[in-house]
Design a protein around this ligand. Structure first.
Ligand code: NAD
Length: 449
């Protein structure tokens, strides 16, 4: 018989996990401590924008496979396997803040005390190596008065989905990684995934701390790859010959040892994971006696990238004081409304420091940006409104609708058309013929002397 699933924490990871299991016919009962979120989800409305999610959520509710509750106990008692998917933010010093993990674990432990039969607890939240063994396992054993590996199971199984393509990523993972405390827990989780995905997806089973490290290693590597290509882009920009980072990236990416993905130069990475996970890995590493210099620079290069954009536009526009700058894109990447750690925020803060008047447009992220930037900038409801009489424009996020803007649109709407393409979506040849145009990773000198 199919296992019943519960997910504790209905954020990006928890809700996508919940919905994907439910639409595949599993009985899922999930919980979140925020009652308003629970009510919203219960009515079939997603509390955040994620392509395809709401349609599947409605489907799952209609089929009667999905129930959402506000108490962990109900979720645990109504299921065989519980996934912990609560947030793991970082503290000011970079250390992971496990307060949500601790509270949800205690609640699961208390529920397990009342439960007969085997139950498997799976840690999906991102936690530093050793956390499940040192924090989660003792709390579960204390509050359940039971033993891991004897009365219940425990495994770590990090999530690799990306916001913006979360449903696709959950349904088509490239690998599943399981860190098990005992053979039975590992086997139970492997069987669940084999049943769900078939036998084409590789499943790696090892110890919990290795798996916790895999998640950080994965995000740190991807962040490093972007910082690396951004650093090369900065070199290209300074070359006296015509050199374009896009061509360089395409060519190096054809080497299978390098690969094409995450080689898009831009104004910097952000999001809910890379910034906090890279910082957490640095803090964790220093705590155990090793200073990770490459990782520290990966973070530094990223923060400085926003400043470099400002330097380029000052080179073109002179002092920015009092000038109107239009920002296209606020979310940290397209297809999400998430602005956590977004490069747009760093660029905008620099512009404000320079005295510029900032107007911003984003198809989805304005409400979230308002929570961070408040009244420091003006928010536009269309692209045209944003560009209207602007002295300069910075393209920060590569939303599809921005790709349709023509050079003529910029020249018609802006007071002094100058465009900085921070994500390389516009054709440099076409655009630089029609307006003042600069782009990340493109040398200023176009023609080889
Ligand atoms: P999130 O902040 O969007 O959501 C977390 C949810 O947990 C919130 O709704 C919160 O109310 C709930 N919660 C907190 N304590 C709770 C409790 N005691 N009981 C029930 N609910 C509780 O977080 P997220 O972005 O979904 O990330 C969750 C974890 O997954 C984090 O560790 C994150 O690093 C990791 N992760 C995130 C992504 C991503 O793209 N967002 C990808 C991979 C891994």
């Amino acid at each position: 018989m199919r296992k019943k699933i519960s997910v504790i924490g209905l954020g990006y990871v928890g809700l996508c996990t919940t919905v994907c299991f439910a639409v595949k016919g599993y009985k899922v009962i999930s919980s979140d401590k925020e009652t308003t979120k629970v009510e919203l989800i219960g009515r079939g409305t997603s509390p955040f924008y994620e392509p395809g999610l709401e349609t599947l959520l409605k489907e799952a509710i209609q089929d009667g496979n999905l129930k959402v509750v506000s108490r962990t106990e109900g979720a645990v008692l109504g299921s065989d396997i519980s996934f912990i998917a609560v947030g793991t933010p970082i503290l000011r010093n970079g250390n992971v803040d496990l307060k949500f993990v601790r509270s949800s674990t205690k609640e699961i432990g208390k529920a397990l005390r009342k439960k007969d039969g085997f139950h498997l607890v799976v840690v999906k939240s991102t936690v530093t190596p050793g956390s499940t063994e040192k924090v989660i396992k003792p709390l579960l054993e204390k509050y359940s008065r039971k033993r891991v590996g004897v009365n219940f199971g425990l495994a770590v199984n990090p999530e690799f989905l990306r916001e913006g393509s979360a449903i696709h990523d959950f349904l088509h993972p490239n690998r599943i990684v399981i860190g098990e405390f005992d053979e039975h827990s590992g086997k139970t989780l492997e069987m669940l995934y084999r049943e769900f995905y078939g036998d084409k997806i590789p499943i790696l089973r090892t110890n919990p701390a290795t798996v916790e490290m895999v998640k950080y290693a994965s995000n740190a590597f991807l962040a490093a790859k972007i910082s690396f290509i951004n650093e090369l882009a900065n070199i290209c920009e300074r070359l006296p010959q015509k050199v374009d980072i896009v061509e360089v990236a395409r060519a190096i990416g054809m080497d299978p040892r390098i690969g094409q993905e995450f080689l898009n130069a831009g104004v910097g990475w952000g999001g809910s994971c890379f910034p906090k996970d890279t910082k957490a890995l640095v803090a964790f590493s220093r705590k155990i006696g090793y200073r990770p210099r490459i990782l520290e620079d990966v973070i530094r290069v990223n923060l400085e990238q926003a400043r470099r954009v400002i330097d380029v536009i000052k080179e073109e526009m002179g002092a920015l004081n009092g000038k109107k700058i239009a920002i296209l894109g606020l979310s940290f990447k397209p297809n999400t409304e998430d602005v956590r750690g977004a490069a747009s925020i760093r660029v905008i803060n620099h512009l404000i420091q320079e005295g510029a008047q900032v107007y911003a447009y984003d198809p989805a992220a304005i409400d979230n940006a308002k929570k961070v930037l408040g009244t420091k900038i003006k928010y536009s409801s269309t692209i045209s409104e944003c560009l209207d009489k602007a002295d300069g424009c910075i393209l920060v996020t590569e939303w599809e609708e921005f790709k349709k803007i023509s050079p003529e649109d910029f020249t018609r709407l802006m007071r002094k058309p100058f465009l900085f393409d921070g994500r390389r979506i516009f054709d440099p040849k076409e655009f630089s013929e029609k307006l003042r145009f600069r782009a990340v990773g493109l040398s200023k000198m176009r023609e080889t002397p």
